[in-house]
Design a protein around this ligand. Structure first.
Ligand code: HEM
Length: 474
């Protein structure tokens, strides 16, 4: 990693931040497990743009929606940091972790092919509805009246949708194997988390590394995960790849065909990492948002009843809701947006890094600085949202009863690296939630008023504390 020291760059161009301790900077004041909390405390003191230095690592933290929009729209702020974790585990490859030409080409290619395969189009709708129906028949109906944890089967239903686009495969809704893959990946990231420390003191890396992490073990675990789940699927696709000129069956086919044309871009490793990134980015995020939504609706039965009344009036109970119903369901749209605001899945998004000197908020930042979009600070700011800690979907309904989306909810981020799967995620959230609430009501188990708080053990995606709810047929 390239380390930047105050002597090498124009420090006086950084925005003000908390006082720096010699050598370690602000290292001791950051909680590495929950950085958004430390960032929020600093934002309260130093304002919407400030600078922190974590050992050798320079960060500029943005807690204002206009600044986040300005920064993330810049080409010079669209790289991913060369962190130890990025370098060691994925070798700066794959859709989420790559930068520069490799990332630009892969993102364009992926948007094109996932679009052709149905992402963001009505052609995928029947498949999503099929997963919703299977989930309701196999999981919700048999559990009516009894406490139910949604984790595994909900993950499987959501994974099936992205996995169909990527690999034309699906698992049975009650099959735990794909959720197991998610858990294993979470454990690998958890075990590698201490690598972050190496970014702050790169000059001590050779000394510290063997003490902090068992790199051989992590590499073996990651290798086993790939070999058991992802590599065989890629191999099967390669063995049965359609001829040039034929339509690809799925994203893996499209990548392999591109590899024939551009082997230097689509290496096997980059393909595997991109597939892995789609698998994780496209499943855990949406399934967890749905869990937040159902939890909030158990906590607020009045909101649940209002949403169901809107569904009954506009869709009825005879046919499944479709994406075309969105326009007529403003309150439902408001519930989804409010869930994303308060659920705050990725409170500080995914870090960006500057690749050249660039101006943000009037400050000239050098290359090599991490830029953090602290959207939780925006989502919880009373300046943008009255009573920000309350679940109040009606804040997005105007005087005419219409849904008013609010640009300050930035759950999918903004700018050049904005979530690539946003259209798919929005379709999934809408179709799952409306179909569930059309047929079922949900409440907490008797005498078990559960609290909707974040699970302190989460990695990457902010999850609610594990909870059980009781589905009842309407
Ligand atoms: C509710 C669900 C989702 C949320 C809240 C979410 C949020 C995000 C966020 C905050 C980022 C980082 C943006 C940045 O770096 O500025 C991101 C990136 C990404 N998301 Fe999503 N996402 C969701 C669902 C999905 C789905 C369904 C897919 C599947 C196609 C997906 C694929 C990706 C990819 C590939 C990236 C990396 C984009 C890049 O680096 O250029 N996401 N997402």
């Amino acid at each position: 990693m390239k380390a930047f020291h105050c002597s090498e760059i124009a420090c006086d161009e950084f925005p003000v931040g908390p006082p720096l301790v010699p050598w370690i900077g602000n290292l001791l004041s950051l909680d590495p497990a929950r950085p958004e909390r430390s960032y929020a405390a600093c934002a309260a003191r130093y304002g919407p743009i400030y600078h922190v230095r974590l050992g050798a690592l320079q960060q500029v933290v943005l807690s204002d929606p206009h600044l986040i929009r300005e920064a993330f729209g810049r080409a010079e702020i669209s790289a991913r940091p060369d962190t130890a974790i990025n370098t060691f585990i994925v070798d700066r490859s794959g859709l989420i972790c790559s930068s520069g030409e490799l990332w630009r080409e892969t993102r364009r290619f992926t948007l094109h092919h996932l679009g052709s395969l149905g992402m963001g189009k009505t052609s995928l709708e029947p498949y999503i509805q099929g997963q919703v129906s299977a989930f309701m028949e196999r999981v919700l109906e048999p559990s009516c009246g009894a406490p139910l944890s949604l984790d595994t089967p909900l993950n499987s239903a959501i994974i099936n949708i992205i996995w169909r686009l990527v690999a034309s495969e699906e698992v049975d809704i009650t099959d735990d194997s794909m959720s197991g893959v998610l858990r294993r990946q979470g454990a690998i990231i958890g075990a590698s988390a201490r690598l972050v420390l190496l970014d702050t003191v790169p000059w001590l890396a050779p000394l510290l590394e063997p003490l902090l992490v068992d790199k051989r073990h992590i590499a073996a675990e990651f290798g086993a995960l790939l070999e058991e789940t992802f590599t065989p699927v890629l191999r099967r696709h390669r063995d049965t790849l359609p001829a040039d000129g034929d339509a690809p069956r799925d994203y893996m086919d499209a990548m392999l065909m591109e590899q024939r044309r551009r082997p230097e871009l689509m290496t096997d490793w980059h393909m595997l990492m991109s597939v892995l990134h789609l698998f994780f980015a496209g499943s855990d995020t949406t399934a967890t948002t749905l869990r937040w939504a159902l939890g909030f609706l158990c906590q607020r039965p009045d909101v649940q009843r209002r949403l169901q009344a809107e569904l009954d009036a506009e869709v009825g109970r005879q046919r499944p809701p479709t994406l075309a119903d969105r326009q007529r369901l403003p309150f439902t749209e408001a519930v989804i947006l409010e869930t994303q605001r308060l659920g705050d899945l990725l409170p500080v998004l995914v870090p960006h890094q500057t690749t050249a000197p660039v101006t943000v908020g009037g400050y000239r930042l050098p290359a090599g600085v991490q830029v953090i979009g602290n959207v939780q600070a925006v989502h919880r700011s009373a300046r943008y949202f009255a009573e920000p800690l309350q679940f109040r979907p009606e804040r997005f309904i105007d005087a005419q009863g219409q849904f008013q989306p609010d640009k300050n909810v930035m759950a999918f981020s903004v700018g050049r690296r904005q979530c690539l799967g946003e259209s798919l995620a929005r379709a999934e959230l809408f179709l799952f939630l409306t179909a569930f609430l059309q047929k079922f009501s949900f409440c907490w188990p008797e005498g078990d008023q559960q609290e909707m708080a974040e699970d302190p053990k989460y990695h990457l995606v902010r999850c609610p504390l594990p909870f059980k709810l009781v589905p009842e047929l309407r």
